[in-house]
Design a protein around this ligand. Structure first.
Ligand code: NAD
Length: 255
């Protein structure tokens, strides 16, 4: 039974903000997917405590770096491929279904918002998607199963079948330009909303982390749900240092 008296003050406050808002946007980072078994970057045990990220210019300049990048892709991919949306994703999907949340802007590349039922046109992927690859020259889409067979089976680096260009996972690396369309959409949604809810981001990766600042400057309420402090905690109208799944489930009434 969903008894409002048993909710914590933070749960009640966010429910209240969601009820009063005209248009909400959710902005997610790797933290929403850790409960699905995908490690984030910066937490203890996170991906970067084990390997340094490959910069875009190194990927372009060195065949060995491209090989290392594909080795990582096919090593990590099994963890990604097996991951399923968790209760945090389902809570966000429910807010979209109710019409409270108009868009989900995500830094994640795992596709779990779409899998949890958020329509693809409502998910704005700022850092791409790791479910396929693309030619850096002409943009042609390439399927990972084909690349995996050639790379793991015959040690072949993928090359574009149309133009011979370098093929890369369709995610945005450090040093690589952000995708123009998604960035413009994200900025528009951020300007139009009156409630901006950050879920599971350390808010240190720019330009993505500039969006909550833009929202706040535009007069929107700012909520941050993250187990550790972020550089924007002091500016938030509500900052909740808690586990995402259990907290968001209470907010939405999923448990
Ligand atoms: P980050 O690793 O910098 O920060 C994640 C934050 O989430 C941390 O502050 C951590 O304390 C918090 N967190 C982790 N699990 C949590 C939980 N269960 N409850 C509450 N808080 C939790 O991630 P970021 O801000 O998204 O930025 C790093 C970059 O990592 C992004 O650009 C993204 O593209 C990429 N990334 C994506 C995935 C993915 O798609 N799932 C995974 C790893 C990294």
């Amino acid at each position: 039974m969903d008894d409002p008296q048993r909710k914590t003050p933070a749960v009640r406050r966010l429910r209240d903000m969601l009820e009063r808002c005209r248009r909400a946007v959710v902005f997610t980072g790797a933290g929403i997917s850790t409960e699905s078994g995908i490690p984030d970057f910066r937490s203890p045990g996170g991906i970067w405590t084990r390997m340094a990220p490959i910069q875009f210019e190194d990927f372009l300049a060195s065949e060995e770096m491209r090989r290392e990048s594909w080795r990582r892709t096919f090593g990590l991919r099994d963890a990604f491929a097996e991951a399923r949306p968790n209760i945090g994703h389902h809570a966000v999907a429910e807010l979209v279904r109710r019409g409270t949340v108009q868009a989900v802007i995500t830094q994640n590349i795992d596709g779990l918002h779409q899998q949890s039922g958020v329509p693809a046109e409502k998910v704005i992927e700022l850092h791409g998607n790791n479910g396929h690859a693309a030619c850096l020259q002409c943009g042609e889409r390439h399927e990972l199963d084909v690349i995996r067979q050639a790379f793991l089976g015959r040690d072949e680096l993928p090359e574009c079948r149309l133009c011979g260009g370098i093929v890369k996972l369709a995610t945005i690396s450090f040093g690589q330009a952000m995708p123009v369309g998604p960035v413009l959409n994200a900025e528009r949604e951020t300007r139009e909303c009156d409630l901006f809810i950050v879920i599971g981001s350390s808010l240190v990766v720019f330009p993505a982390a500039g969006l909550p600042v833009l929202a706040k400057r535009n007069g929107a309420g700012l909520v941050i749900v993250n187990r550790e402090q972020t550089p924007l905690h002091d500016e938030a109208d509500l900052a909740v240092e808690d586990e995402i799944g259990p907290f968001m489930a209470q907010v939405v009434g999923l448990n």
